[in-house]
Structure formats: C-alpha cells, structure tokens
Ligand binder design. Sequence first.
Ligand code: G4P
Length: 287
Amino acid sequence: MTIQWFPGHMAKARREVTEKLKLIDVVIELVDARLPMSSRNPMVEQITAGKPRLIVLNKADMADKRVTEQWMQALRADGVDVVAVDAKHNKGLNQIHEGALRLMKEKHARMREKGRNPSAIRALIIGIPNVGKSTLINRLAGRNIAITGDRPGVTKRQQWIKMKTGEMELLDTPGILWPKFDDQVVGYRLAATGAIKDDILNIDDIALFALRELKTRYPEQLRERYRLDEVSGEAVDVLEAIGKKRGFVSGGYVDFERTSEMLLHELRTEKLGRVTLETVEEWETHA
Ligand code: G4P
C-alpha cells in the first residue's frame, strides 16, 4: 500500500494511535534493523509518552549482525528495552513476550501485593509502513489474520488477538506512523531498503545512493556479487560496470534504469548479503 503523508494524514494517524494507546499496557515499536533510526517516527517518544515501550529491531535476518549488536548496546545504554527478531521466519519472537513481561514487572508485583492477579498484557504494535507489523501480528497470533488497517468511513470494532503464550493480547490493527520525510538522507535510505515506494523518488537516484552506501560500507560484498575488480570509482561508473557485467546493454549503451532496478531488487532480497545502512556513531554525530 502506498501512503502519501500529507499534514492532514499525519494528524489523523497520530490521533488514531493516541486513541489505541488508551486501551493498552505496552507499546511494541517495530523498526527496521537495517535502519534503526531512519525507520522510526520522529515523534514516537512524544506520541507514546507514559506507556512502557519495547523497541523491536525487525528484519534482523537482513541486517549486519555486528551493527545490530552495536545498536542494541547503545539503545540499552540509553535505558531503552530492545530486542532483535526476524518476524518473517518466526525467529526470536519469544523475546517480545519476555520483554513485555519485563516492562510490566513492577506493576504486576504491586498488583500481586494487593492480592490481585495480573490479567493478560495488552499490547499495540506500531511502526512505519512496510516494517513488518502485519507479519509480526500473524506470527504472534500463530495464524493468518486479515489486517486491513483503518479505512476512512469504516469503523471497525477493535479486536484482541490472543498470543500463542496466552499471557498477552494484541490489538488486531497496528498503529501506523510516518517516517521522517523532511531529511533527504533518511528518505533515500528508506527507499533503498524498499520501505517507501520507488515512484516517490527517481529510481536511478535511489540506485546511485544505494551504490554509494554499499561502496563505502560493504565494498567486498559488492565486488563479489558483480565480479568487479574494484568499486572505488564514482557510483555512476560502478553502476555502468555492473550493467555491462549483467549484459544490460543496448545500442552500445548501458540501460541504467534496468541496472538500477536489478541492483535495488538484489539489495532488498539479500542477494548482496546482510547490510545495515546506518551506524550508531553516524547517528550520534548526525543528531
Ligand atoms: P507492514 O504491515 O508494517 O506494512 O509490513 P508487512 O508485515 O506487510 O511486511 C512488509 C514486507 O516485509 C513483507 O514482504 C514481509 O514479508 C517482509 N518482512 C516482514 N518481517 C520480516 C523479517 O523479519 N524479515 C524479512 N526478511 N522480511 C520481513 P513483501 O515482499 O511485501 O511480502 P512477502 O512476499 O514476503 O509476503
């Protein structure tokens, strides 16, 4: 689904998330492990203020393991509870339930002191489009649920989905938030990983951006994939060399659009290996 974020939509999305927050104990904020900051909503802290929050680095199977570990350490050092999972292949999801229990520990202890038995933890999954919210809800529920999102004019009764563990319930419609569009680099990072649709930005520009990132961060993976002797030249020259290697040439010229589409497809489907496009260090100097 393509979502165009205009100020009116943003206000509506925020209102909807705020309404849902009233019903729950814990927020499960899903982010893309390949872009732990760019795939967050810039105002998420403000929007979810007052609710215990677990950050889930999803798509960890596609991210650079070493960098994911660094992100987790940095976030934990900041007092944030964070786990890394792969919702698509059902890996590490027990950590979500454990994390929610951790966040509710003190409240549950107080309830028990008063002789009350804590009821199932009610949680809401929030995140930007395409981060894996529907996939995660289905995996946690252990069955496929039609997740339609909120449609204008259709008021849907909120339903609770019992998780396999039984001690936790999820709201069946996730909270959709918008990414930080006003920062160009953030936009290109999201586009490179496929989080935002290609028609928003020019495909060649996204591919050249992705190539610059890969040349700097993962030169070996790039070299190996396309059997290039070197990748240190200008991104446009590397793109041309890749096009030639793949035989995307007509009339003596490399077809840049086709090469760009192929490169992005391969980046998004892990053919280029596991990659993370932002590090803790860069984010600290950027912020
Ligand atoms: P959303 O509700 O937040 O918008 O995201 P959704 O669950 O629809 O997931 C978006 C895409 O991300 C889907 O791919 C989904 O399979 C993929 N995905 C979700 N979690 C993970 C994960 O942990 N690892 C990996 N590798 N992929 C994940 P798609 O290509 O749109 O659909 P499909 O062909 O995979 O079904």
